[in-house]
Design a protein around this ligand. Structure first.
Ligand SMILES: Cc1ncc(C[n+]2csc(CCOP(=O)(O)OP(=O)(O)O)c2C)c(N)n1
Ligand code: SF4
Ligand SMILES: [Mg+2]
Length: 346
C-alpha cells in the first residue's frame, strides 16, 4: 500500500501562507498593468511577514482604485470619493498610528481631480505608501487623457494630447515626500525592491508605477504602452532590499553602491550603474529627470530617500495608542480648562 505524504504548506516568518495576503479575484481587463502591481503587493507583504490585519488600504475611484479589493483581503479597506483619498487616509492614520497605511490611486485620481489633495499630502510626511498606477488615461471612463499624459501622445481615436503632463515624482520631490521612486508594472524585481522599502520607510513614500491600460492606451503613439516602456525605460539605479531580519551581504558591482539604513534597520542597497547619482540629493534627482525628459526616456528607479525627517505624527505629537482607546480623562478637557477658554472668549 502506498502512503502519500502532503508536503507542509510554505509560510512566512509569522506563520502565514501567501493565501492570507490575497484578495478577491480581479475584475480588471486581462493584461492590465494594475493586476501585476496587485501581485507585487501581495508578494512583498507576504515576504516581509507584515500582519495583514494591521494594514489599512485606501483608494479613490478608477480601475486602479478598485484594485485594493484584489489584495490583502484580511486588511481594513476604505474606497473613498474620486481624488479625495489623501484626506480620508490622513484622518484614519492620525486616529490610529499603529496601522500601516497603503493607498492605491490612478493618474486621474491623483493628478487630475485629486491634485490639490495630493499636494497637501506631500507637505506632511505622513507615514504612508502612496502608489500611482499611471496609465495616462481615465481607464474606468473609457480612456480620456489624464494630466500625466505626455505631450504629443495619441489616443486610439487619433486625438493628440496638446497639454504638457504633471510629473508626479517631480511634484513629490519638490513638495516634501521623503521616498520617491518610479517603476514599471512589467519590472517585477525593481518594483518589489521599491515596494519593500516603502513598507518600512518612516514617512511618505510616493511610487509612480507606469501601468499600461491594455484596453484604451496600449497602441502605437501612446507613451504609456508596454512596447513604449520596453524601448524607453531608462533604469537610473538597481537596488536590493535587505530586511532587518536577514543579515546577508550583497554583491557589490562595479560603479559602487550606496547603502541606506531604514527605520527598522532594514537596508536599501542602491547600485549606481556606473553613473554619479546621489539618492539623498533632490538636485541630482531633478537633474536626472530633466535630462531623461530631454532624451525622451522614461527614467525608473529610486529618485530620493530621506530617513531623518520627523513624520506627521511626530510633528503633531500624537499619542501612540489608537485614539478610540484613550480614556475619557485624556480626550475630554476638565471643566476648569473649558471655563478658562470661555473666559478668554468673553
Ligand atoms: C467627482 C467625480 N468626477 C468624475 C468621476 C468619473 N470618473 C470615475 S473614474 C475617473 C477617472 C479614473 O482615472 P484614473 O484615476 O487614472 O484611474 P484608472 O481607471 O485609469 O485606473 C473618472 C473621471 C467620478 N467618479 N467622480
Ligand atoms: S480599462 Fe484599462 S485600466 Fe481599466 S481595467 Fe481595463 S486595462 Fe485596466
Ligand atoms: Mg489612469
Amino acid at each position: 500500500m502506498s502512503t502519500s505524504v502532503t508536503p507542509p504548506k510554505k509560510t512566512n516568518r509569522i506563520g502565514l501562507e501567501v493565501l492570507s495576503y490575497k484578495g478577491a479575484k480581479t475584475t480588471l481587463c486581462a493584461g492590465c498593468g494594475h493586476n501585476a502591481i496587485s501581485e507585487r503587493i501581495i508578494e512583498c507583504f507576504y515576504e516581509l511577514g507584515v500582519q495583514p490585519w494591521n494594514v489599512a488600504k485606501f483608494s479613490g475611484i478608477g480601475c486602479s482604485s478598485k484594485s485594493p479589493a484584489y489584495f490583502l483581503g484580511l486588511s481594513h479597506g476604505f474606497n473613498s470619493v474620486h481624488g479625495r483619498m489623501p484626506s480620508v487616509a490622513t484622518g484614519a492614520m492620525l486616529a490610529n498610528r499603529s496601522i500601516l497605511g497603503i493607498g492605491v490611486t490612478g493618474d486621474g485620481d491623483t493628478a487630475s481631480i485629486g491634485l490639490g489633495q495630493f499636494m497637501h499630502l506631500l507637505r506632511r510626511n505622513l507615514p504612508f505608501i502612496y502608489i500611482i498606477e499611471d496609465n495616462g488615461v481615465y481607464g474606468l471612463t473609457k480612456g480620456q487623457f489624464s494630466a500625466t499624459a505626455d505631450l504629443g501622445s495619441k489616443l486610439k481615436t487619433g486625438v493628440i494630447n496638446d497639454l504638457p503632463p504633471f510629473d508626479c515624482c517631480a511634484l513629490a520631490l519638490r513638495c516634501g515626500a521623503t521616498f520617491v521612486a518610479r517603476s514599471f508594472s512589467g519590472d517585477k524585481r525593481q518594483l518589489q525592491a521599491i515596494l519593500k522599502t516603502a513598507i518600512v520607510h518612516n514617512g511618505l513614500s510616493v511610487i509612480d508605477v507606469i501601468s499600461p491600460c491594455t484596453t484604451f492606451n496600449d497602441h502605437d503613439g501612446s507613451t504609456k504602452s508596454y512596447s513604449y516602456m520596453k524601448e524607453h525605460d531608462e533604469i537610473l539605479n538597481e537596488m536590493d532590499f535587505v530586511p532587518f531580519y536577514d543579515d546577508i551581504s550583497v554583491e557589490i558591482p562595479e560603479g559602487g553602491v550606496q547603502e541606506v539604513t531604514l527605520h527598522d534597520g532594514s537596508k536599501l542597497v542602491i547600485k549606481k550603474l556606473g553613473r554619479e547619482y546621489d539618492p539623498s540629493s533632490k538636485f541630482d534627482a531633478l537633474k536626472a529627470m530633466a535630462d531623461a525628459e530631454k532624451k525622451g526616456q522614461v527614467l525608473t528607479g529610486v529618485f530620493y530617500v530621506e530617513t531623518g525627517k520627523p513624520n506627521f505624527m511626530d510633528m503633531l505629537n500624537m499619542e501612540d495608542a489608537p485614539l478610540a482607546t484613550l480614556p475619557e480623562s485624556k480626550v475630554r478637557p476638565p471643566k476648569a480648562v473649558l471655563d478658562q477658554v470661555m473666559e478668554e472668549l468673553r
